[in-house]
Design a protein around this ligand. Structure first.
Ligand code: HEC
Ligand code: HEC
Ligand code: HEC
Ligand code: HEC
Ligand code: HEC
Ligand code: HEC
Ligand code: HEC
Ligand code: HEC
Length: 375
């Protein structure tokens, strides 16, 4: 810490004595352009952020250290640029050592610099995951349990009053939370915060935070599949911190979650932050249904497969998946009548989802369960 401080002092002296130094960088947000000053060997800052750091670097040294090694710090995106709030915003802390700050950093704030990712993410099932649970009776009947169960993955409405969380609604890592500015979702669910690391977002164990459940065992199924089982060994050469990865340039031999669901499939295609955009089925419904425009979504997913497989392997995979999904829908027709109790429907829905997801991800999770249900 000491060296960092001394360095930053030296740098700021250099900058103030020679304001037109060739090393000067600037950051433009909206219409405003600000000159950046060196803070340490890794980080540059605006004047505002330099003031946050004066204090926070000693109060929360590790938090600041995480940020300092991020791509953001290198590019002058600091505390103020993410946490600043409008004057008069009643959800934020007005007058935090003469600044207005918001604890919650929404996707809309990230989107002010990352438009494309924000817009794609905003129409995904991830961003709307709170809609799925908002009618649950438990939300009103037992908010303490609601907050600590469904909300941990799906998110809820984050209520802030003068910068403090109301009704236990924060911390909230849910991927579909509703933010104080009204925007939906949470980029930090996958990217974490302050490191904003690409390596973290690309790690299957990040998806596993939410996708390793009994009812949707995507992580377990992938781990035991031909794709996941020896993945670590075969991806040794890959630099997961690199900004753009694609199958034609990088040494990816077996696919992780993000290879199929997020990443660009070729040099000519683009990554997507809408994880729904390559799915031909909505497997989580009691009777699974095709998604809108499912044929073209399936073709999008297949572009990825084609880097590693011939058509027969890919077509046969989808034929098996389709046949299995249709067979699970027949089970629903057989077992569910108009007077079936709701809890029985939910149990069946969860069991069938678990089976369908494991088929899709090429794993086999509890085959005995589907044997039992098929009678
Ligand atoms: C003079 C010292 C000082 C300055 C300057 C300062 N902060 Fe803080 N900040 C604090 C302290 C102290 C806390 C509370 C720490 C605690 O409660 O553990 C805090 C808390 C915070 C929190 C968390 C609020 C919460 O409820 O948990 C955020 C976010 C924050 N500051 C952002 C900023 C930003 C952004 C800047 C610059 C625009 C800034 N701070 C400038 C001292 C400062
Ligand atoms: C790229 C945007 C970004 C930058 C830059 C950034 N933060 Fe944050 N910060 C976040 C996000 C996202 C969260 C998680 C809060 C939430 O939305 O739930 C967070 C949370 C926090 C918290 C509360 C969490 C805790 O562990 O107590 C504090 C305090 C904080 N930030 C301070 C800072 C300080 C000080 C800096 C400057 C060194 C900084 N932040 C820079 C995005 C950012
Ligand atoms: C003030 C503008 C700004 C804001 C706000 C902002 N970013 Fe960034 N972000 C940048 C810049 C500049 C870079 C570095 C250049 C680049 O990679 O495009 C960057 C890089 C990144 C990267 C790539 C990191 C790497 O290692 O290459 C990720 C991921 C990212 N930002 C996520 C976020 C998230 C999540 C938020 C909100 C919590 C956020 N950003 C807020 C400007 C911003
Ligand atoms: C550990 C994380 C996690 C928790 C906790 C969680 N869910 Fe989910 N939920 C998911 C995931 C992941 C999916 C997506 C499954 C899929 O599509 O394969 C999902 C899907 C659903 C769906 C189907 C969505 C649709 O669009 O058809 C419903 C309904 C649902 N969850 C309700 C709940 C309820 C109610 C709770 C609390 C009792 C809850 N979830 C708790 C992660 C979670
Ligand atoms: C479901 C997890 C997930 C969520 C949520 C998420 N990201 Fe990402 N993000 C990723 C992955 C995985 C990559 C790496 C993609 C690749 O390899 O090309 C990435 C890459 C990025 C990059 C680097 C450039 C690029 O597009 O490849 C930026 C910038 C970024 N994300 C910003 C955001 C912002 C802003 C949000 C919120 C609006 C967000 N992300 C939400 C998983 C996520
Ligand atoms: C913080 C929790 C969380 C994390 C982290 C997360 N997800 Fe999800 N994911 C969910 C929830 C909740 C749903 C169900 C959304 C709904 O209610 O419809 C979901 C749904 C999905 C779906 C189904 C989308 C659809 O349209 O049916 C896919 C595919 C998916 N996630 C992939 C991923 C991948 C890949 C990662 C990691 C890069 C990831 N998720 C990380 C919580 C999460
Ligand atoms: C080889 C590519 C591939 C990999 C790797 C992969 N998936 Fe999938 N995933 C698919 C395909 C294909 C489907 C079914 C697509 C369809 O509906 O057409 C699917 C479906 C899903 C679904 C169910 C969506 C629904 O309709 O409810 C979830 C959730 C999911 N994946 C999450 C993950 C997670 C988490 C990982 C990593 C642990 C992962 N996937 C790894 C290709 C992959
Ligand atoms: C980065 C390369 C890569 C991508 C992308 C990829 N696979 Fe694979 N796939 C492999 C490898 C490697 C194996 C395993 C060969 C072995 O067993 O050694 C495999 C195995 C398989 C198997 C055989 C499973 C078994 O149990 O034997 C199927 C089916 C399959 N992949 C389908 C797909 C589909 C469908 C997609 C696209 C959604 C896809 N793969 C994407 C590399 C890839």
């Amino acid at each position: 810490m000491k060296t960092i401080k001394i360095l930053s002092l030296v740098f700021s002296l250099i900058i103030t004595t020679s304001p037109l130094s060739a090393q000067q960088k600037a950051i433009t947000i909206g219409t405003e352009t600000k000159i950046l000053k060196p803070y340490s060997a890794f980080a540059v800052t605006t004047d505002e952020t330099a003031r946050c750091l004066n204090c926070h670097a000693t109060k929360m040294p590790k938090l600041v250290e995480n940020w300092e090694h991020s791509a953001h710090a290198k590019n002058g995106v600091g505390c103020y640029e993410c946490h600043k709030a409008e004057k008069g915003d009643q959800t934020a802390k007005q007058g935090h050592f003469s600044f207005n700050v918001q604890l919650v950093v929404s996707p809309a704030r990230c989107g002010s610099c990352h438009q494309e990712q924000y817009q794609e993410f905003a129409i995904s099932s991830h961003a709307t995951a709170f809609d799925t649970i908002k009618y649950l009776p438990m939300r009103k009947d037992n908010p303490a349990l609601f907050e600590t169960s469904c909300v941990t993955c799906h998110g809820n409405i984050v209520k802030m009053k003068k910068g403090k969380a109301a009704d236990n609604s924060w911390p909230n890592n849910g991927i579909g939370r509703i933010n104080p500015d009204g925007s939906k979702g949470n980029c930090a669910s996958c990217h974490g915060y302050h490191t904003d690391s690409l390596a973290i977002a690309r790690d299957p164990s990040t998806c596993a935070k939410c996708h390793k459940t009994d009812f949707s065992p995507a992580f377990q199924a992938w781990s035991m599949s031909a794709h996941g089982s020896t993945n670590n060994r075969s991806s040794e050469e890959v630099d997961f911190t690199k900004k753009h990865l694609n199958l034609s340039d990088d040494a990816i031999l077996k696919p992780n979650c993000q290879v199929c669901h997020v990443q660009a499939s070729t040099k000519k295609t683009q990554a997507t932050h809408n994880i729904s955009s390559r799915l031909s089925w909505k497997l989580s419904k009691l009777k699974a249904d095709h998604t809108d425009d499912w044929g073209s979504k399936r073709l999008e997913m297949q572009k990825t497969c084609r880097n590693c497989h011939a058509s027969t392997q890919i077509d046969q995979y989808y034929r098996k998946l389709d046949a299995a999904v249709v067979a699970t829908n027949h089970i629903v027709d057989k077992k569910i009548a108009s007077d079936t109790p709701i809890w029985e429907k939910i149990n069946l829905q969860n069991s069938l989802l678990a089976f369908r997801v494991s088929v899709a991800m090429l794993g086999t999770v509890n085959p005995l369960k589907i044997e039992e249900l098929s009678h």
